[in-house]
Design a protein around this ligand. Structure first.
Ligand code: HEC
Length: 117
């Protein structure tokens, strides 16, 4: 449990440092990625929108930089199973990334009237 929290904090820090790489300009196909995210089971732990679940961390909005995410998915040795390119091709992984990058951020609380009497 401690390691998971540690990894998560490290990833968040990395995401802040490297933030912005990837994002909207990414080449994958978000619609195909959404289907692949379900087909290979990412959603079972991370939720349909990558929002995080009981088992898996939040992946979106604002996914990690592609290289960091891809390296983790290919080589995870913790509670998440690694996905080799036999199970998940590079193209499929790019599509998943495009899907995660396409998930909108939640609204700014300042834009929600009941929260701003
Ligand atoms: C069996 C449950 C499970 C499945 C299926 C799964 N994950 Fe995970 N995932 C996890 C857990 C648990 C972690 C936290 C692992 C750790 O800290 O070592 C994690 C971590 C991650 C991380 C690192 C997040 C961060 O901020 O550190 C990424 C990226 C990720 N998963 C992507 C995916 C993708 C993409 C798929 C599908 C190809 C997938 N996962 C499938 C359980 C799962």
């Amino acid at each position: 449990m401690m390691t998971q929290i540690g990894n998560y904090a490290a990833c968040v820090a990395l995401a802040v440092v490297l933030g912005g790489s990837g994002g909207a300009a990414f080449a994958g196909d978000a619609a195909k990625g959404k289907a692949t995210f379900v087909r290979v089971g990412c959603y079972e732990c991370h939720g349909h929108q990558g929002q995080g679940g009981v088992a898996g961390l939040k992946l979106a909005p604002d996914p990690l930089p592609y290289e960091t995410l891809a390296a983790f998915v290919r080589s995870s040795s913790g509670p998440m199973p690694p996905y080799s390119d036999k199970i998940l091709s590079d193209a499929d992984l790019s599509d998943i990334y495009a899907y995660l990058a396409s998930i909108p951020k939640p609204p700014d609380p300042k834009s929600i009237p009941p929260l701003n009497p």
